[in-house]
Design a protein around this ligand. Structure first.
Ligand SMILES: [Zn+2]
Length: 450
């Protein structure tokens, strides 16, 4: 006699979008088919989760894996393993740190082939949006990109040019027609370039020179300008990794007058301060930079009142050699995709009493809603059976050897986290358990519903 279900998780505290409920949840043919106080049927696999919290698998909307072509930095295999270990069941990869960049269908398909072979979790891709490929946006949309990514400034990768104002305007007109969002890294290109040259000319190449180079105005001006183009064209805009409360306020004001604009932040801006970065060194360099403690307090307030839509990792690894040198000159990017959920459990739930359903929404439901991924985002009937089983009271100190990244570098080594991911389940199959990857790659491409 065959079992009625493929999987039943029994007795856990389910973190739903609107509350925490102690119940059983059953998965059949990869989908959640039943949520009930007590499910009476049988399943091929049963997990007893009494005392544990069951989160929807998180959806990381912003990672930079380097497959294909720059695999000495990170691979889809190592990156997706780290995600699985952190409770994530999906990611969206950025178009610029693979080689060649994802600027047309051919390059999309090349990356897709690697992900089909190597990804532990489900995946989607951002298409590149640069002055050089405005005529390729339609073909990338056809391939199934989730949206497009542009830099208002220098991207760090010469082949991935920043979008000038003409490109932003003309490209957004196209995306409006295609019904796909544009995510923009907002920093003013001219200001960051010139301020940086001024600092170097004055002999300043330390962390504080870097902060001055990326002064708040360089971000807020760029956020305002991109919003102006979105307002003009009607294109759906997502401001990437907002670091400043002032930027969030600009987004909120635009939304109030009807502009279709959302914003993302990343764990680093909520957990670290500029003083931490000065202490940690180049491992904590990213752009825009981590800001001061006073700004961080305001960022938490804006997250709590719903003005920030979702939290990603912006996992941006590199070859460790590129982190060796003066702060101003080394590669900017932080590896962090394994610790997004545990970081929020520690800093949002335990330290600030932000309710668990909100944490689930910031890391999963909100981003899937914005990107149109209808089969993911929450523990509810009909969604994919994606879960992270968490012991909320367990404390641990992060060690380098716990990290699944290609290079065991992150600002968080040695930090104490409270709340540990014990098991991660993708579409009903356990892929990570108790510190180990326990499945073969089974990730699938996620396409947006337009
Ligand atoms: Zn990024």
């Amino acid at each position: 006699m065959s079992n009625q279900y493929d999987l039943i998780i029994r007795g856990g505290k389910l973190v739903l979008s609107d509350g925490v409920k102690e119940a059983d949840v059953a998965v059949k043919d990869e989908k959640i088919v039943e949520i009930k106080d007590e499910i009476s049927g049988t399943a091929t696999e049963e997990i007893h989760a009494v005392g544990k919290y069951v989160f929807p698998g998180t959806f990381d909307g912003h990672v930079h894996f380097n497959d294909p072509g720059r695999t000495e930095w990170e691979t889809i295999k190592t990156g997706s393993s780290a995600l699985a270990a952190g409770g994530a069941t999906s990611f969206v990869d950025m178009p610029l740190n693979c080689n060649p960049c994802t600027l047309d269908a051919e390059q999309f398909n090349r990356k897709l082939a690697v992900a089909q072979k190597d990804s532990l979790v489900d995946y989607a891709f951002w298409g590149g949006f640069t002055p050089k490929n405005l005529d390729r946006l339609e073909e990338l949309a056809e391939c199934g990109v989730i949206g497009f990514k542009a830099f208002a400034c220098y991207s760090g990768i010469p082949e991935f040019e920043g979008a000038d104002d003409y490109t932003a305007l003309k490209g957004m007109e196209k995306l409006k027609k295609l019904g796909l969002p544009l995510m923009v890294h907002c920093e003013n290109a001219l200001l960051t370039k010139q301020l940086g040259e001024d600092e170097l000319a004055a002999g300043n190449d330390d962390v504080w020179a870097y902060f001055r180079t990326h002064a708040p105005i360089t971000e807020t001006e760029s956020v305002s300008r991109m919003i102006a183009f979105a307002e003009e064209t009607g294109c759906k805009l997502i401001i990437a990794h907002v670091s400043l409360a002032k930027s969030v306020d600009i987004v909120t004001a635009a939304r109030q007058r009807g502009v279709d604009v959302q914003c993302e932040t990343i764990g680093q801006y909520l957990i670290l301060t500029d003083e931490d970065v000065a202490r940690l060194g180049t491992v904590a360099k990213c752009s825009p930079p981590v800001r001061c403690a006073a700004n961080q307090t305001k960022m938490w307030a804006r997250l709590m009142n719903g003005e920030i839509d979702f939290v990603s990792s912006d996992h941006s690894p590199c070859d460790p050699k590129l982190k060796d040198g003066p702060f101003m000159k080394v590669w900017g990017g932080i590896s962090s995709c394994q610790t997004t959920l545990t970081g929020l459990l520690t800093h949002a739930y335990h330290a600030r009493q932000i309710p668990l359903p909100e944490i689930a929404n910031f890391t999963s439901r909100n981003v899937t809603n914005i990107l149109g991924v209808t089969n993911k985002g929450s523990i509810s009937i009909g969604k994919d059976g994606d879960f992270a089983i968490v012991d909320l009271d367990k404390t641990y100190k992060l060690r380098a050897e716990d990290l699944f990244y290609k290079h065991q570098a992150t600002p968080y080594i040695g930090d104490t986290f409270k709340g540990i991911v014990e098991q991660t389940i993708l579409r009903g199959t356990t892929i990570y358990k108790d510190g180990k990857i326990v499945a073969n790659p089974m990730g699938r491409l996620l396409r947006p519903v337009r």
